[in-house]
Each structure stands twice: as C-alpha cells, then as structure tokens.
Design a protein around this ligand. Structure first.
Ligand code: SF4
Length: 459
C-alpha cells in the first residue's frame, strides 16, 4: 500500500458508512411486490425468442446448524427428508420455467448456492442433476459450481457432484482458528477442509475457491495471518475474502455474537490490507473488492482483458448471461427485469401447488437504471471510466449526464481514491479499498431513507 496506515485509517473513519455491495444495480432493496403478471410474461416472451445461453442458479436453503454470523436465507433443520420435498417443488418450478426458454438455449453456467447445497445427500444430489438434464440442456463446456460446507461433505457427496457434471467447488472456510470458530458457532477443524479439498481433486473437481471472512469476533491480525497461511497451503484457485457484515437489525442471529469480541476497525482494515499485500506473493491477483484469483485463473484473464463482470454471486466471467434462479428466495437477473422468489418456504410451496411461478417481487429496470448499472459495474470490475467510450455505449453525453456526479468525485480525488482526467477517471490502489463508496456516487437511490438500515458498512 502506498499510504501510511494512519492516513488510511483516517480515510476509513470518513468512508466507513452503510452501502451496497453492488452485486446488482439497482439493489434488492428496490424490488417491489406490486407487479402485474403481464410484466413477467413479457420478459418470458423475449427470453423464449432468443437462443442465447443461460445461467442457472439453484438455492438449497437448508443447513444442519446455525452459524451466528450468517447473512444468508436459510432454514436450520436436521430432517433430511425436507430435501426430498424441496426437490419435488424444484421440479415443479423447473417444469414451469423451462417453458419460458428457447428450446435451443443451453446452460453455460450452473451454480448451487445456499444455505448448504451439500445438505442434500448423494441420492438427492443425483436426483437434482437428473432434473436439470430433463428440463434444460447443458452446454458442453458449462461451468458448474457448488458451494460446499466441508463439515457436511462426504466422499460420496463429491462422487455424486462429479457425476452430475460439477467442475468447480467453493468451500466455506471463514477462519481456521478454533477460538474464532467457537465464537461464531462454526467448528470446522482445518483437517476437514484439507480432506474435502483433496477428495475434490481426486475426483476431478479441480477448480477450487475458499471463502474467508475478516472482522469476525475473536479474530486478531495474527490469527488471520495464520488462517491465510493455512489456506494458501492448499493451493486454491481463488479466494473470496469477505468483510463481515454486522447488521443484527436485519439478521437477528448476529445478536448471538459478542460485540466485545469484534476486532477494532484498525485491526479489521489491517486484515484486508494483509490479504491484499500478501496473496500476490503466492501468485494471486487482487481482482477487486473481496476476490483474489491465481494469475492463470479465468477471473485474472477477464480482469486483464476488461471483460470481468459482477452478478448476485460476486465477480464472474459469465455475467452477461441471463440468470434464471430457482428455489426459495432466489433472484433471477435478466437484462431489464430482476425477480425474486418467495422468501417464505410455505409461500414458495403454496404458489407452486397452485401451478404459479413462485415470484414474490420484481424490479423492472428503467433506461436510467441501465445507464447507471453500466457505470457502476465499470467501477466495480474495470477500475476506470472513459467518458467517450461510455457515452458511445450508452447513447448519452457522459459529462453532461453525470455533471453533478463528476463534481462530487473531486472530493474522492482529493482523498487519493481516484485520478480525474479530462476524459475519465481511474481508481487508485487506495481507491480499490473503497470501490463501494466510489460506486455510491452514481447510485441515485441512496438518498431514500429505507436504504440507510439495509446495508452493511463499506469497509
Ligand atoms: S453460513 Fe452457511 S452453513 Fe452457516 S448457517 Fe449460513 S448458510 Fe448455513
């Protein structure tokens, strides 16, 4: 880092405010329950006419036990039979959704998220694989990834995942220190992570990501350094190093965490800076915000080529694809319409029992939303804005359209977060720690009060 730590801390004090993570723009806060079925149908007609490849996300909401830091939509249960019932309903949803796609559209990307996808037992995983093949056509080089909880993943799970076509795995690790694990109610001996990683490779699932979190209770700069050194020893292809988002008003389980055990802002920032400074020495590029990837990984290539994208799962090389999302609470993302399924499992089942799509909320993007979305995605994924290029792409005169925003950027330039030029701006290495704050300048919904409680802090 080029800045002295103290100067960086001053910046954190100034910019550490609640803000979106911009996995989408507009964000999920803008979704509305007031919509006409015709709006969905119009979107489906457009999709049905196009042979474009698609991305499929499937949400498996069940988990065996509650991690106290968790911000996901999940249901805690030990009843494995609930997986069978859930698959019955996923099948109903697939039958409805598959009618809205072109028969020649293929799935170029599949992702199982949760909750815990490996809550499903191997037989249930095979059944899910069969359902996908019955209702959709897999692209021959589809990227097929699954989120794995190493505490709930036997070798039989891995064999079943491989059989249905999985070729990438994302392992939840969070932290390898036992005291931290006790404080967050997630006991996961490092040997378990190591064993699952080896078994994945043995069975040909070679592309592996680890998720870590910094800012958890009982974490210290030295415990975090040890966590990084532990996970680096397993040579994953990618890391996601997320900032812990403490929003107990929205995630009540987080009230179980002892706030006195949280690291200070200075310690928390130190952990991120340590990851950014250390991981390149092990051959990883800093992709942006919270992602690192091996220099040979597709994310690194996309960053270099300027083709990196961002979607509800974070950074991606395939976000240009329309995403169909199935399962309770999942969010589908089309070019001009986002829709979210029922977040309540009974409601999700009830709509499907009535033969209806289980959509609860939608967001129709306006032309202005699409313009701002493009600018925000350029900030998050490219680290620079070139006015002429975006003016041409968006059919606007950038400097006129965003004259107020460009004026507001001057303060960020004075703080060293970016460099303004006559034809654009470039984000500095310090500014990469504050990408969300830079993007927020272009978010026209942020003045609305309901936003203020909905987001975690930006650093
Ligand atoms: S962190 Fe993952 S495994 Fe833990 S409760 Fe949340 S979704 Fe379940």
């Amino acid at each position: 880092m080029s800045l002295l730590k103290e100067e960086l801390l001053d910046l954190v004090q100034k910019y550490n405010v609640p803000g979106p993570r911009y996995t989408s723009y507009p964000t999920a806060v803008q979704f509305s329950e007031a919509f006409e079925i015709a709006e969905l149908e119009e979107n489906f007609c457009r999709r049905k006419e196009s042979e474009n490849p698609l991305s499929l996300y499937i949400h498996i909401p069940f988990c065996f036990s509650l991690c106290w830091y968790c911000g996901c939509t999940k249901i805690i249960t030990r009843d494995q039979n609930r997986g069978d019932v859930y698959l019955d309903y996923l099948e109903k949803e697939m039958a409805l959704v598959s009618k809205t796609t072109h028969p020649l559209s293929t799935l170029k990307q599949i992702h199982f998220g949760g909750g815990t996808p490996t809550f499903l037992d191997p037989k249930q995983i095979r059944r899910l694989g069969k359902l996908i093949k019955r209702y959709f056509t897999l692209h021959k080089s589809a990227e097929f990834s699954v989120e794995i909880d190493p505490r709930r993943c036997s070798e039989e799970h891995i064999i079943a995942l491989k059989q249905i076509g999985c070729n990438r795995a994302s392992l939840g690790v969070q932290d390898t220190n036992e005291e931290v694990q006790k404080a967050i109610h997630r006991i996961q001996p490092f040997g378990e992570t190591q064993k699952v990683t080896e078994q994945l490779r043995t069975h040909g699932i070679n592309n592996i990501n680890f998720d870590l979190i910094y800012g958890l209770p009982k974490q210290t700069p030295s415990s975090f350094e040890k966590t990084i050194s532990d996970v680096v020893s397993l040579l994953p292809d990618r890391f996601a190093v997320y900032s812990y988002a403490h929003i107990p008003s929205i995630m009540p389980a987080q009230k179980l965490l002892n706030e006195a055990d949280f690291p200070s802002t200075e310690e928390k920032l130190g952990m991120l800076v340590y990851a950014i400074e250390t991981l390149p020495g092990f051959g990883y590029n800093y992709i942006g915000m919270d992602h690192f990837a091996k220099k040979t990984d597709e994310l690194s290539t996309a960053l270099t080529k300027g083709t990196l994208q961002r979607n509800f799962q974070g950074y991606s090389t395939h976000s240009e694809l329309e995403m169909i999302a199935l399962g309770m609470s999942s969010i589908s993302q089309g070019p001009s319409l986002y829709c979210q399924n029922e977040k309540d499992l009974n409601q999700y089942y009830a709509k499907l029992d009535e033969g209806k799509l289980p959509v609860k909320k939608i967001l129709r993007l306006t032309d202005e939303d699409i313009i701002r979305k493009t600018v925000i995605m350029h900030i998050m994924c490219r680290g620079e804005i070139i006015y002429n290029k975006l003016s041409e792409e968006l059919g606007i005169t950038f400097t006129e359209h965003f004259s107020g925003e460009i004026e507001n950027l001057k303060q960020l330039e004075a703080d060293g977060l970016l460099l303004l030029t006559p034809n654009g701006f470039k984000i500095t290495s310090t500014g990469r720690l504050f990408l969300r704050n830079i993007a927020m300048i272009f978010d026209e919904y942020l003045t609305q009060s309901r936003h203020k409680t909905a987001y975690s802090k930006t650093v």
